[in-house]
Design a protein around this ligand. Structure first.
Ligand code: H79
Length: 448
């Protein structure tokens, strides 16, 4: 009791709020410890686990990744939330495993498509919230994994090999929480069942980080509990600082997203809403699906113009884009999605010089009009719309020595202490993004 009071008093005291959770009394509950932590350093949990800037460089250079949502939910084709949305009983849902026998699964064709789209990394769902593991998982509760399905196969093993073969970085998506456990819905009322779910989570993360060679990205999703709150709110239960300390031992350089409740090496923004505002300080990743759902749902694919626009709007603000495609139950990527990704790839082959390995700046983006990236002596101005025949940009200290679009069209420009004015013939403009390469006499400073 005394310690509980002490902890409560601690929550109110500024001094204590600034001290770390490790200094909290030893015999308070996990939940109280977690409350202390979120009061003290919610956004700064376990900073010793963060990758260095040097180890994050490849990720910041990569810019474009392809996400794959694939699991049993491809069979009913109502999306990866089907089990929860349609209140499917776990026993009923488990029967899908006996029907999971994709006729055309070919990880190499997925990886080739991603590579041709311009991706430098991929991330695949090893296990979503439904609990079905797409890999050989000894820790799976009730053997709910693909080796025990009709397919009798470890899909993650094939996926990892195919992505490596294409020279891309390998990412794994994993959901700690699992709708099959009543303890997920009531972790305090059913602590023993919840503990089983936690043991499965730790065990499966260990398996994924141990059995497939080097893993470059660990993409958690679903670190919350009881269908409410944030991932950080559930940190008292999952203890992500302990989980990720184990991950760092097994995969010292893996880039980890924030959704385990730990702050993460990069930030995540989900959904295809437009991107606006200034350059963001922390490296971040926009993720959205080009299908009707994340998991396979019949329907049209997103148009390539919209995908490109989201990629560019992320990159000029210090972000990457992780673009999801959805294989169907046979393992085929819908043709409409293939076409969209191929068109993105065609654009990237012309304009990738202004995307890959760049840094945002030196100009702040102007929403809907332009943004900029830079590398070495070059500045790439991404013109999204032309307010007039010409576009005015802020002044630069360095002298511009040449200007062309990446598609090869001439650019007229003038430079003064007032700013820079550029123009491109209307016929040579790209309706999505005209990328103007300005070569300067000295390295312009990137904003970050
Ligand atoms: O895998 C895809 C989606 O299925 C997954 N993330 C992408 C990559 C996703 N899971 N959940 N969400 C997206 C949003 C869910 C929000 C809610 Fe809740 C879940 C609203 C209510 C329950 C979590 C708990 C957020 C608020 C309370």
């Amino acid at each position: 009791m005394k310690n509980i009071l002490l902890a409560a008093a601690c929550l109110l005291s500024l001094h204590c709020a600034q001290s770390s959770a490790q200094q909290a009394p030893a015999d308070i509950t996990d939940e109280q410890r977690s409350a202390l932590k979120s009061k003290s350093d919610a956004g700064n949990l376990a900073p010793e686990l963060l990758l260095s800037a040097e180890d994050m460089r490849w990720w910041r250079d990569a810019k474009l990744g392809i996400f794959i949502h694939w699991g049993l939910y491809a069979i009913p084709a109502k999306g990866e939330w089907h089990m929860s949305n349609d209140k499917v009983d776990p026993g009923e849902y488990a029967k899908l495993a006996a029907r999971f026998k994709p006729r055309h699964f070919d990880a190499n064709s997925w990886a080739t498509l991603a590579k041709d789209a311009g991706a430098r990394y991929m991330v695949m769902t090893a296990r979503h919230h439904d609990g079905f593991a797409m890999f050989d998982s000894k820790s799976s509760y009730r053997n709910f994994d693909s080796v025990h399905s009709a397919a009798h196969k470890d899909f993650i093993a094939d996926y990892v090999a195919a992505v490596r073969r294409q020279g891309m970085r390998v990412g794994i998506y994993y959901s700690p929480m699992d709708w099959r456990f009543p303890g997920y819905f009531d972790p305090k009322g059913l602590p023993e069942n919840a503990a089983l779910m936690k043991a499965q989570g730790y065990g499966q993360v260990r398996e994924l980080m141990s059995n497939y060679g080097k893993i470059d990205i660990l993409w958690y999703d679903g670190g919350w509990l009881a269908h409410r709150g944030t991932d950080a709110d559930a940190a008292w239960f999952w203890r992500p600082e302990i989980l990720n300390a184990e991950v760092r031992k097994l995969q010292p350089k893996v880039a980890i997203n924030p959704r385990s409740g730990w702050q993460g090496d990069f930030a995540t923004e989900e959904g295809d809403q437009p991107i606006a505002g200034p350059i963001r300080q922390k490296p971040w990743e926009k993720t959205f699906s080009i299908g009707a759902g994340w998991g396979y749902v019949p329907g049209d694919a997103m148009k390539p113009e919209k995908v490109i626009r989201l990629v560019v709007d992320a990159v000029v603000r210090n972000g990457n884009a992780l673009v999801n495609m959805s294989p169907d139950a046979d393992g085929d990527i819908p043709q409409t999605q293939v076409q969209t990704l191929q068109a993105v790839g065609a654009w990237m082959r012309v304009n990738g010089e202004g995307i890959y390995a760049t840094r945002p700046g030196p100009f702040q983006p102007v929403d809907g009009v332009y943004g900029a990236t830079t590398r070495g002596k070059n500045i790439y101005v991404h013109v999204l719309s032309w307010p007039a025949d010409s576009l005015k940009l802020p002044a630069l200290p360095g002298k511009i020595v040449s200007a062309r679009t990446l598609a090869g069209a001439p650019v007229r420009f003038s430079q003064s202490g007032d700013g820079i004015v550029v123009s491109v013939d209307a016929a040579a403009r790209d309706p999505v993004d005209t990328v103007i390469k300005l070569e300067t006499a000295s390295d312009p400073a990137a904003a970050l």
